[in-house]
Design a protein around this ligand. Structure first.
Ligand code: AHM
Ligand code: MG
Length: 337
């Protein structure tokens, strides 16, 4: 018989059996998340065909315009995950506050944090976008979740990963035991294991940064970026520049080929002195993935996974990718401290 590959559900169940204490609740959570992503993927794929492109006219908590697909993905995730019975609360990049599971629905101990559609400025031009997720457990034994339950270090994550809506739809995730990638076979509607045990090359050939921000950078940021462009770097030739503007897509390329993604702090907006990307729903989940694949992630000084958030929507500078490249960037960045 033809080898049709292992499905993500088979993969999950095999790992569930390896843990005698497993209740099946995590598998339930992930299975609902996967179903939600399939619905989002379906809508993304027909985005050019229906009146779903463009802006909703609303402004989100980050002060950004909300695109229709952003809003759709957010609503699907909130609705479906609220009904899955194993989570108690969520936080979304698009919502100012914690989203609790209403009392009339069954609840569990898990907390889900997500960016429903990362890279949304690319939606209208048919460029890869994605959903980033982080799964944690409620810390307190109080009946209701509090902000403290969300403000955990990245090291407390139970699982994290992303769905990438590109030429094919992929799921890449970790539960702290390596990183696996699955590709959606649209003919059967299943994610199949396509990239087992992903390892990021120790050094890459690519640097990804929005260089239009150069004039707003401190000197140590300029020096860091110049290192990767210089023929006198340790590689002996300049790295290639690649910048999509979708974190999840830039991250995924560098995860497979090796390289470094940087979104340093800049002085463009004095109200956002800590960079653009969000610690809880972007940096921490991708840091968990990259470390599990053998890479690294820092804020230019400290390990992302060790940062303790103080706000739900805290922003953080991000240097993430191949271990040696991130170490080099962190070394140069730290000189100015
Ligand atoms: P989003 O989650 O609202 O899409 O914003 C985050 C995105 C990242 O995907 C991407 O890396 C970054 O913003 C691009 O920002 P810039 O346009 O400033 O380069
Ligand atoms: Mg995002």
């Amino acid at each position: 018989m033809e080898n049709t590959g292992i499905t993500v559900m088979e993969h999950l169940l095999i790992h569930q059996k390896e843990n005698p204490l497993a209740t099946g609740n995590f598998t339930r959570l992930l299975s609902e998340l996967i179903f939600s992503a399939k619905i989002i993927s379906r809508e993304v794929k027909k985005a050019g065909l229906v009146d779903i492109l463009g802006l909703t006219g609303k402004i989100n908590v980050q002060g950004e315009e909300v695109r229709k697909l952003d809003d759709y993905a957010n609503r699907i995730l909130i609705y479906r995950m609220q009904h899955c019975g194993v989570i108690c609360a969520m936080a979304s990049e698009e919502n100012a506050d914690i989203i609790e599971v209403p009392d009339h629905l069954p609840k569990g101990e898990y907390i889900l944090i997500f960016d429903p559609l990362d890279g949304s400025s690319n939606i209208d031009v048919n460029v890869n976008i994605g959903t980033i997720f982080s799964i944690r457990k409620k810390k307190s034994d109080r009946k209701y979740v509090t902000l403290e339950d969300f403000l955990q270090k990245g090291t407390e994550q139970i699982a994290a990963g992303y769905f990438l809506y590109g030429p094919s739809t992929m799921l890449v995730y970790t539960t702290g035991n390596g990183v696996d990638g699955f590709t959606l076979d649209p003919s059967v509607g299943e994610f199949l294991l396509s990239h087992p045990n992903i390892r990021i090359p120790e050094t890459g050939k690519v640097y990804s940064v929005n260089e239009s921000n150069t004039s707003y950078w401190d000197d140590n940021v300029k020096e860091t970026v110049n290192y990767f462009k210089s023929p006198e770097n340790e590689r002996g030739k300049p790295y290639t520049s690649r910048y999509i503007g979708s974190l999840v897509a830039d991250f995924h390329r560098n995860l497979i080929y090796g390289g470094i993604f940087m979104y340093p702090a800049d002085k463009k907006d004095p109200a956002k002195p800590r960079g653009k990307l969000r610690l809880l729903c972007e940096a921490a989940p991708l840091a968990f993935v990259v470390e599990q694949a053998g890479g690294a992630a820092t804020d230019g000084k400290d390990r992302i996974l060790d940062l303790k958030p103080t706000l739900l929507h805290e922003r953080v500078p991000l240097f993430i990718g191949s271990k040696k490249d991130v170490e080099k960037a962190t070394e140069i960045m730290s000189k100015g401290c």
